[in-house]
Design a protein around this ligand. Structure first.
Ligand code: AOS
Ligand code: ZN
Ligand code: ZN
Ligand code: ZN
Length: 431
């Protein structure tokens, strides 16, 4: 495997921190042993944990007001893969990348695949984009794509999704994520039922082109860019559409796509119960879809989501296998650092959820002991599992402290030299 950051540097970094880590790890092992838990099992589970990186996340995002490009931003999909390779090298928790077309389109998919393999990366679900017009595009999406009033526009949006499936096949992807911004800004602008009928009709065209071993992830979002009525606004609509389309269609939960205070863990439980939980876009949010770093605002919510996932896994076994992906936008941090932190925060929530004493919780629930039920969750959530995460990284060949190791490597400075900013950087395809 080719390493983007010199392996000797990583080893040097780890050597400095290893004794302290071992002491913390041993102390935690003692605490957990008194609770009847084996730290080694948790560390092994942390080593197996994987979350996919969003190709668009390695560039600076922006808001509708401005975009302030960062130094050394990747200028094409190959450079995006390099940055993803660094994240995986140091965290060992991000072995795949979710591409977005047409932003990441290449004429040489086999070269891309080869490059990815060199970094130990594969490809997760591919994403279609019918929320922007591309240069030279025949029909505009200004008034919608899959739901457009115009049949030719709908056909163009369906054809784009089918093209994404083809591009994904060449890379070894097994899923297509479809998020559409379609909706209305004014009451009366859309016939609400008619728009969903058109969506379903278009979605059937995409579904028909899906290979047997693929999944189609329907991503709902409460609002933006449509501010009055988004066609696929909530999990109920997403679920109904997934049911209508068939077994390969599932729902994708982007944590930021809900109204503040929505009980997202309950949505997760419902979708899992009915076999329609396809996957996640992990991020965090305070008010709306602001794509903040995972666990930065409400880490307890993230833990509660993983608590439901642990429950579903216990009930449904190996067949329960939702796709984990990050979806973030970085405006004031180095995207590589944010993505490394976020991967670790999602991994942390998974490990904490594995700490919940499920047998005890069940007993508390059955005896209506609300206080102890809540405490069973809180005890797991309050446990600092940082030493488990760091040990997992060390044992898998990563860095004990990925951000510190990355900063010391000078990777960003080198990238800034190798990738001079393009004029009109907002055309980099990163929104
Ligand atoms: C948009 O809000 C969604 O989160 C989508 O997943 C989108 O494709 C992605 O964020 C890239 O813009
Ligand atoms: Zn204003
Ligand atoms: Zn998303
Ligand atoms: Zn979003």
């Amino acid at each position: 495997m080719s390493t983007l950051i010199d392996a000797g540097r990583v080893a040097e970094h780890n050597a400095k921190l290893q004794a302290n880590l071992q002491a913390d790890y041993d102390a935690l092992a003692g605490v957990l042993a008194r609770r009847g838990q084996d730290i080694e099992k948790l560390t092994a589970a942390a080593q197996r944990f994987a979350v996919a990186l969003p190709s668009w996340g390695v560039g600076t995002g922006g808001t509708r007001f401005a975009r302030f490009p960062g130094k050394g931003e990747p200028r094409n999909v190959f450079e995006k893969m390099e940055d993803c390779g660094v994240i995986h090298q140091l965290t060992r928790a991000t072995p795949s990348v979710s591409l977005h077309f047409p932003w990441d389109k290449t004429t040489d998919p086999s070269a891309l695949r080869q490059q990815a393999e060199g970094y130990g990366l594969g490809f997760d679900a591919v994403n279609s984009n019918t929320f922007q017009d591309q240069q030279g595009q025949e029909h505009s999406y200004k008034y919608g794509s899959l739901t457009s009033q115009d049949a030719a526009t709908r056909a163009q949006a369906v054809a784009h999704n089918i093209e994404c499936i083809e591009l994904g096949k060449a890379l070894g992807s097994k899923g297509l994520t479809v998020w559409v911004g379609d909706g209305a800004n004014f009451p009366g602008q859309h016939n609400l039922r008619g728009a969903l009928e058109r969506y379903l009709d278009s979605a059937r065209g995409i579904y028909a082109a899906l290979p047997d071993d693929w999944q189609m992830y329907i991503e709902h979002k409460l609002f933006e860019p449509a501010f009055y009525a988004t066609t696929i606004a909530d999990w109920g609509t997403s679920f109904a559409c997934a049911q209508q389309l068939g077994p390969k269609a599932k729902c994708l939960v982007d944590l930021g796509h809900h109204a503040p205070n929505t009980n997202i863990e309950m949505i997760v439980a419902r979708l899992a119960q009915f076999g329609k939980l396809g996957g996640f876009h992990f991020n965090d949010s305070k008010y709306g879809d602001d794509d903040l770093d995972s666990g930065s605002i409400n880490p307890f919510q993230l833990f509660l989501v993983f608590n439901e996932l642990a429950d579903a896994e216990q009930r449904d076994g190996a067949g329960f296998n939702p796709a984990y992906m990050l979806d973030q936008s970085h405006n004031v941090t180095d995207p590589i650092e944010s993505l490394m932190n976020s991967a670790a925060e999602v991994q942390r929530a998974a490990v904490q959820a594995a700490l919940v004493d499920r047998a005890a919780l069940k007993q508390y629930q059955e005896s209506n002991d609300a206080l102890q039920s809540a405490q069973a969750l809180k005890q797991a959530y309050r446990t600092d599992v940082s030493a488990i995460l760091a040990m997992a990284r060390l044992r898998s060949g990563g860095a004990i402290d990925p951000v510190a190791c990355y900063r010391a490597s000078g990777y960003r400075e080198k990238a800034a030299e190798a990738r001079p900013a393009k004029a009109g950087a907002s055309s980099s395809g990163i929104v």
